[in-house]
Design a protein around this ligand. Sequence first.
Ligand SMILES: Cc1cc2nc3c(=O)[nH]c(=O)nc-3n(C[C@H](O)[C@H](O)[C@H](O)COP(=O)(O)OP(=O)(O)OC[C@H]3O[C@@H](n4cnc5c(N)ncnc54)[C@H](O)[C@@H]3O)c2cc1C
Length: 411
Amino acid sequence: MSDRGRAINKSRDLRSARPFWRATPNISVDAASTANRKDYDAIIIGAGISGALMAEALSRRKLRILIVDRRDPVRGSTMASTAMIQHEIDTPLGELSRMIGEKKAARAWQRSAASVARLTQLVEDLQLACSFEARKTLYVSGDTYGARALKQEAEMRSGIGLDAEYLTGSALAERFGIDRTAAIVSKCSASANPAQLTAALLQVAVSRGVEIVSPLTITDYKETRDGVVVATDQGQLLTTADLIACTGYEYLSQLESKSHQVISTWALASRPNTPRPEWLKDFLVWEGSDPYLYFRSTPDGRIIAGGEDEADPLAHQDQEKAKLKFARIIEKLRDIVGIDIGKPAYGWSAPFGTTTTGLPIIDRLPGTKHVHAVMGFGGNGITFSTIAAEILAARIGGNKDADEDLFRYPE
Ligand SMILES: Cc1cc2nc3c(=O)[nH]c(=O)nc-3n(C[C@H](O)[C@H](O)[C@H](O)COP(=O)(O)OP(=O)(O)OC[C@H]3O[C@@H](n4cnc5c(N)ncnc54)[C@H](O)[C@@H]3O)c2cc1C
């Protein structure tokens, strides 16, 4: 076990200070300053959306669960999310099929769609107040995926039972007033206030007896015959049957791999009641370009838009670059959909994790049985966190999820 004070992972600057959600109510959750006991059934590292969904899923059974975070709860990258809760994985079905095979790619896409539906149901069942709304998606052609690619993609998706309506350029212009060569319209996605969603899930977990301790950093762990011993920067040793790292882009150093990387991304929110086409209330929009633009609206009529990703993981810290990125996003919004948002009310930047396949890693740490890591990477962090909670709740409950092979740590 390492010295007190060192962490099991590198701390990052997870976002600039001005994400829109910080200004919204009901995003805070009380936390204790020290753990109540020394032994747990599950310790979850991270009180973001991944840790919150995990805690909710595990706390359906009577388990002694502790969540720890080195920051206040809900103050990591979850606060930067634009919360387009899509079933569509960043890597199109056709391309993913070429990477991992048709059957596995089909299962990944189907699982993604099923998980959005289950998250929607969960929010309704638990009555989580977080501006959660069912949405359709509009995926428009761009410089990476043109009309032919979108047509094939729509056919492939329909072929595995997913809702995907191909639109020609003229149909797209008529229905949406967008001048691109093609698009795909799909159902089965959603949007939310990610900070409120996370806080509400954590409150549910607390009401079921889950403890949250913050600020507390996990500095080390060691698997033993009886479980896992965990060291904290308060100098305690805690024991747990299972340790689950929901540490977001501050992934554990053992998980360093060429198959995933952290890049930089930018997002903004306009003022309330920004003039917008009527259809945008029901849609999430993204484009088949690199870098891509994505956008949606909020119930109070703001436009939230993002993209302009860059490979440099530290570029998001550059204030001057941020101004250029925001200007570019505003210009692209004007070009694609004719919306002029004027000066944005909020603009923020953040690191963002991507994997080669676009799929997350939900796996045991190499060489362990009871140390699990959830890396909710890509533009589908919330959908993937839902899948992670399902897979690990099954595993810890003694069952095997039929899709867990899809999200293994790449050898
Ligand atoms: C600009 C932007 C836009 C995005 N848009 C979308 C979107 O539209 N849709 C979507 O689904 N996803 C989106 N994402 C991705 C999504 O936001 C992330 O996948 C998600 O927030 C990750 O959640 P998390 O809980 O894993 O991480 P976090 O929210 O970062 O939580 C991890 C927590 O772990 C804690 N931690 C780390 N190490 C330790 C340690 N050693 N000890 C104690 N605590 C520790 C950290 O303090 C942190 O609070 C976006 C991300 C960004 C940055």
